[in-house]
Design a protein around this ligand. Structure first.
Ligand SMILES: C[S@@+](CC[C@H](N)C(=O)[O-])C[C@H]1O[C@@H](n2cnc3c(N)ncnc32)[C@H](O)[C@@H]1O
Length: 260
């Protein structure tokens, strides 16, 4: 009679990570359950969501997703939605992918890509349920102002990407950016300001929001829905009538940006 093999030492199956003292959503699974969230090669043309995710489900985008904290929490909380996060910084996407992989997410992808380029070249019109944009960089240096993400033409692309009535979440801790957002976003979206904390993440949905809240900065946010009365062409025409984001960013917040 052969002997039963003796059980080996107990393996640690999960671990909770923290960021600024706040638990990072989900747990690290055993390596056998890790997934692959990297979207390394964009197609030359438009993405085909069912091909990318292997099913047909509502799509959620996070533009300038940083380390992916919000998108990972949403992917874990909403397994019936598919998620794509993009950022221009490869290092933050590496962190996002690693954490998404370690949490076994199959409804989540991350790519190194600019938000404007993603929406202009790769997202089929009216194919996305939600677009989230948390703390776009204010770019304090006048020579960098042209890099600001939220512009009228970007908003026309957000409007085109969303299904009619689709959700756009926009959030910043920069007062100058917020003033601009409040002036231009309502042209394309039914705009509702959301004071207080996110009920699902009172300590902050994103890394930058956590930093802002811990520094006692006000966080400005809106939940907005794509207005149904404009076609994509009309939204582009509207965008041409709106001002560029040439607001003065509050220099007192500059140091904080080095952390995010
Ligand atoms: C202040 S961080 C906020 C990151 C994250 N959303 C958060 O709230 O923690 C702004 C992020 O936007 C990214 N970014 C800047 N311009 C971008 C663009 N045109 N397209 C996509 N990401 C951009 C930066 O690399 C950076 O990771």
């Amino acid at each position: 009679m052969t002997k039963e093999p003796r059980p080996g030492p107990m393996k640690k199956l999960s671990a909770i990570e923290h960021e600024f003292g706040v638990p990072f959503p989900g747990v690290i699974l055993e390596p056998a359950r890790w997934t692959q969230t990297a979207l390394k090669a964009m197609p030359a043309g438009q993405l085909h969501w069912p091909e990318l995710f292997g099913r047909l489900a509502p799509v959620v985008l996070d533009i300038g997703c940083g380390n992916g904290r919000y998108l990972i929490s949403s992917a874990l909380a909403r397994p019936d939605h598919d998620h794509l996060g993009v950022d221009i910084l490869p290092v933050v996407i590496r962190y996002a992918r690693k954490r998404g992989n370690q949490r076994g997410c199959t409804n989540l992808k991350f790519a190194v890509l600019g938000g404007h380029e993603l929406l202009e070249k790769h997202v089929p019109p009216h194919s996305v349920a939600e677009i989230h944009c948390y703390h776009p960089q204010p770019y304090y240096d006048p020579a960098q102002i042209h890099r600001r993400l939220i512009t009228p033409s970007f908003l026309a692309l957000v409007h085109r990407a969303l299904v009619p009535g689709g959700l756009f979440v926009i959030q910043t801790d920069n007062p100058g950016y917020w003033q601009y957002i409040r002036a231009v976003v309502p042209v394309f979206f039914d705009f509702a300001e959301q004071p207080g904390r996110w009920p699902d993440a009172p300590q902050g949905r994103t890394r930058r929001e956590i930093i802002a809240l811990q520094k006692k900065l006000p966080v400005f946010r809106a939940v907005a829905f794509a207005r149904r009365e404009y076609s994509a062409a009309e939204a582009v025409a509207l965008a041409e009538t709106l001002p560029a984001p040439t607001f003065a960013a509050d220099r007192r917040l500059r140091d904080l940006d080095r952390f995010a």
